[in-house]
Design a protein around this ligand. Structure first.
Ligand code: DX5
Ligand code: ZN
Length: 228
């Protein structure tokens, strides 16, 4: 299981210290929600934030580009220190070319689908990705509620990846609460974008939030038949 902490939910007045706490809490990746105010209604950070944070942590940077035609910005996000670059299928005029360009830059390539985008959008790019992100809320804002129809979508994708023996991260992003994380794991998710309803939950330390999220995911994760 991978926990990717969503920095848009961090304490932006003390981001460096918060990242140190996240690292001590044992999160696996740091998740950057990059928004352009066009593909999604909200605006957040750009490559300069990635570049400024790169020297202060060794954690992999999981960069979620919620921007139109992301192919225009790949090199800047890679130069800034992104390890995984995730683009939305809905935002790319040429999805396969964009994914190939990410890999050409030496980063891992991810494709994200909005809640209403069918899994068939993945049919011709499964060989081009290291990660698939299924949005469980409509992208743009933290603090939203999970869209129930995304749960069977996780299961359907997990079954397909297992059937085709593809080792691709199945990432979920949006209202990954302790309760939802257990359900998401039970349906096959193995990479969790942790935000305001778990690692960054009000009144909880980063360590406590991370520990509880890991416990919830473990509780939901199906054990392999016959494994000890
Ligand atoms: C939506 C964002 C959020 C964020 C996490 O575009 O991607 O999902 O990472 O926020 P919560 O966990 O509050 O949904
Ligand atoms: Zn995200």
């Amino acid at each position: 299981m991978i926990i990717s902490a969503s920095l848009m939910c961090a304490d932006l007045t003390r981001l460096g210290e918060d990242i140190a706490e996240l690292e001590a809490a044992g999160v696996d990746w740091l998740h950057f929600d990059i928004m352009d105010g066009h593909f999604v209604p909200n605006l957040t950070f750009g490559p300069d934030l990635v570049r400024n944070l790169r020297p202060i942590t060794k954690l992999p940077f999981d960069v979620h580009l919620m921007i139109e035609e992301p192919i225009r910005h790949l090199d800047r996000f890679r130069e800034a220190g992104s390890d995984i670059i995730v683009v939305h299928a809905e935002a790319c005029g040429h999805l396969q070319r964009t994914l190939a360009a990410i890999r050409d830059l030496g980063a891992q390539a991810g494709v994200a689908l909005n809640p209403s985008t069918p899994l068939s959008a993945l049919d011709y790019v499964l060989g081009d990705v290291d990660l698939i992100l299924l949005m469980t809320v409509n992208p743009g804002y933290a603090g939203q509620k999970l869209i129930p129809s995304t749960i069977p979508k996780i299961a359907e994708l997990a079954e397909r990846l297992a059937r085709e023996k593809r080792s691709i991260h199945l990432q979920v992003d949006g209202n990954v609460s302790f309760e939802n994380a257990r359900t998401m794991a039970a349906n096959g998710a193995n990479c969790f974008v942790a935000g305001s309803s778990s690692v960054f939950a009000e009144g909880m330390t980063r360590a406590e939030g991370t520990r509880r999220l890991r416990e919830a995911v473990l509780a939901g994760t199906p054990t392999r038949q016959g494994s000890y």
